[in-house]
Design a protein. Structure first.
Length: 218
């Protein structure tokens, strides 16, 4: 990703240069995405079977053993962001953990979401106590996190559920502390992880203090 391809919000975003920074993902970190998507699929006569750490390969028609065609799954995903993405429960403890950091650190929400999901996602964040600047991107998150980290002289931390995004940040912004967080208990044993490189904490009650320590706030 080149500088020109960075999300437009980054250039105009103003952060406290003296404060540390938390960059946080939404789905399966702040939001119980799979549970919301599962309800959406049920309304369309489909079911979600969590057999692997994936999305489209877990969508099935009842009684069938082969997952739904990936292209059809993508259509449903796009529709979900258009109509039902606000019907997601927040991850337990996430709002309180970030609120405890917000008076001493800048918090930026970095989410990969389709264009039609921008406004619904923004409303969802505000509704559930995550009223922080939102940056909408696509693809690996390393370049965006690196650009955000340049806006502060303080320490920075990044939280995501996906190993490729954590690896991307390790490559492009190696000084940023990285944490893997998977909110849905059903997904945790399925998630690809590399705990020797990215610290894995799946409980916000533990993650909040760990972030404070990594940012030099404890």
């Amino acid at each position: 990703m080149t500088e020109r391809a960075l999300p437009a919000e980054i250039q105009s975003l103003r952060l406290d240069a003296a404060a540390p920074l938390v960059v946080v993902d939404v789905d399966e970190v702040l939001a119980m995405f799979m549970r919301g998507f599962e309800r959406f699929l049920g309304g369309h006569g489909l079911e979600l079977r969590l057999e692997r750490f994936a999305l489209f390969q877990n969508i099935f028609r009842p009684g069938e053993t082969e997952h739904l065609d990936v292209a059809a799954g993508r259509v449903l995903f796009e529709k979900f962001f258009e109509t039902d993405v606000e019907d997601i429960d927040p991850a337990p403890g996430a709002a309180n953990a970030l609120a405890a950091l917000a008076d001493r650190a800048s918090i930026v929400v970095l989410t990969n979401a389709p264009p039609q999901g921008r406004e619904p996602r923004s409303r969802w964040l505000v509704k559930h106590g995550f009223d922080y600047p939102m940056v909408v991107g696509s693809g690996p998150k390393g370049p965006a996190v690196a650009a955000l980290a340049k806006k502060t002289l303080g320490r920075a931390a990044f939280i995501d559920d996906l190993l490729p995004n954590l690896d991307s940040v390790a490559l492009d912004a190696p000084a940023v502390a990285r944490f893997q967080m998977v909110a849905d208990e059903r997904l945790r044993p399925l998630a690809y992880a590399d705990p020797d490189r990215h610290r894995r904490i799946d409980d916000w009650a533990e993650l909040g203090p760990a972030l404070a320590e990594a940012l030099g706030l404890s």
